[in-house]
Design a protein around this ligand. Sequence first.
Ligand code: ACO
Length: 320
Amino acid sequence: MIGKICGTGSYVPPHIMDNDDLSRIVDTNDAWIRERTGIARRHIIEDETTSYMAGQAALRAVEQSGIDPKEIELILVATSSSETVFPCAACEVQKMIGAVNAAGFDMNAACTGFVLAFNTAQAYISAGLYRTILVIGADSMSNMVDWTDRGTCILFGDGAGAAILQAEEGEPCIMAAHSDGIKGPALTGLSRHRKGREPGVEDKESYIHMDGQGVFKFAVRKVPEIVEEVLEKAGMEIDDIDYFILHQANRRIIEAVAKRLHTDISRFPMNLEEYANTSAATVPILLDEMNRNNKFSKGQKLILSGFGAGLTWAACLFEW
Ligand code: ACO
């Protein structure tokens, strides 16, 4: 069995902060940010929350799929920035969309979260445990960045994306996932909601801290490796794949991955110019944009890959 995508949806806040806006807050400029990252602007929450964005993306996916929310049996939300530790965002989404028959829980693997949640959903489906699963990636990175640190605040944005999987006869997805906790200090973050509430935790420690070059090197080494790993498991060649839908962290990372795989960059779609790095939401937002622009057709082969804090990285190869 395989979980076929029968609907996608996404939500980004209407409030836009472009690179010029950022240059009025920290010592940076549009040319530097575009050249080093490919990012031009990001969407930032005002009154919205992570759960709200997740719910909006879910509603759009439900609408596109045409299913009744009561058919959804499981809701998985990948997030590291929910406004509450509990109730989990998945239960908030369940309430918002009326998925009264669903179980739900959150998963946190930072920017890798959506691909791991997608793989988890596929494993449940191929084991015959559930037939209809809603998978969401949602993050409010603006709550976690230090807006005085030009090394990190330029990189992130807020948003959510969702996909509904329905069981069909067919070859299961090919999956892989890895973690390297020893390298965890390369990228750390606590939510702003916890700032000042934990004895001994200073404000500055509560924000995202990143060894930018270390994360860059990790990504350009590990993403090609995991792409090759799923290709080998599937008995496929790189040219069999139509699209590589990678976590949208940095244009230079994606270009370097394409180069290491000796593959044309045109098969690596990108939308980070518009949204920046929305952590667990980048992959499903891109999936939804491509789906709504009719970029996918039956039988195409896709590889999704996420990478980020943990350090964690994961991939999934499947047929549309
Ligand atoms: N504007 C202007 N100048 C800047 C800025 C900025 N926003 N940030 C840093 N600089 C300066 C630095 O101070 C430094 O100046 P110096 O030479 O006078 O010391 C110079 O620019 C170069 O700084 P580097 O940090 O070496 O720049 P680099 O080319 O490595 O780019 C970047 C930094 C963009 C963060 C890069 O390392 C990167 O993209 N790393 C990957 C990070 C990432 O994507 N993280 C998230 C992925 S994982 C996840 O999604 C959770």
